[in-house]
Design a protein. Structure first.
Length: 167
């Protein structure tokens, strides 16, 4: 699974086996919240989805206000940013179905770095590439939203000042 395109971590079989040895199998029932946006207590780990689907949502002040970011399946990784920086979770991840996964803790990563620095470096480069791809995609989305806001603003301005638009 660490070698799938969804994970964006291209390791040889030996490297993947090495990393898996530092992971712990976990399972969640449908409807379980795996991570909650803003959580900082247990944020130092990532999850490799082995089976099932996970919904990623942001801005969940209320369920109606949450913005669905994506649905991820087997081979996907969630929680890598918090593994890397220990900061609070940036999104809420919920099991849409029963989920089997493999977790890698910050401590497990530290031990991997000490014991297998080359494999750990490939893992970290893969995680950095994944975060970079998501950041670029977010930049494209922000550009699209900015264009949409500008168009809406252009349509609303004449309606706000009807007298000014006549002259």
């Amino acid at each position: 699974m660490l070698r799938t395109p969804q994970a964006a971590i291209q390791l040889d079989a030996e490297g993947a086996r090495c990393i898996v040895a530092y992971m712990r199998l976990v399972s969640f029932s449908a409807g379980t919240t795996l991570f909650h946006e803003g959580d900082d207590g247990r944020s130092g780990y990532l999850l490799l989805v082995l089976d099932g689907e996970v919904s990623v949502d942001m801005g969940d002040v209320t369920p109606a206000e949450a913005v669905a970011v994506s649905v991820l399946g087997p081979g996907s990784i969630v929680g890598e940013m918090s593994l890397l920086d220990g900061a609070p979770r940036s999104a809420t991840c919920t099991a849409l179905s029963a989920v089997q996964g493999a977790g890698l803790s910050r401590r497990g990563l530290e031990i991997l770095i000490d014991e297998h620095p080359r494999v750990a470096a490939r893992l970290l480069v893969g995680l950095a590439q994944r975060v970079s791809e998501r950041l670029r995609a977010l930049g494209q989305q922000l550009q699209m939203y900015a264009q949409l806001v500008a168009r809406l603003q252009a349509e609303l301005d004449p309606l706000r000042n009807p007298l000014r638009s006549r002259f």
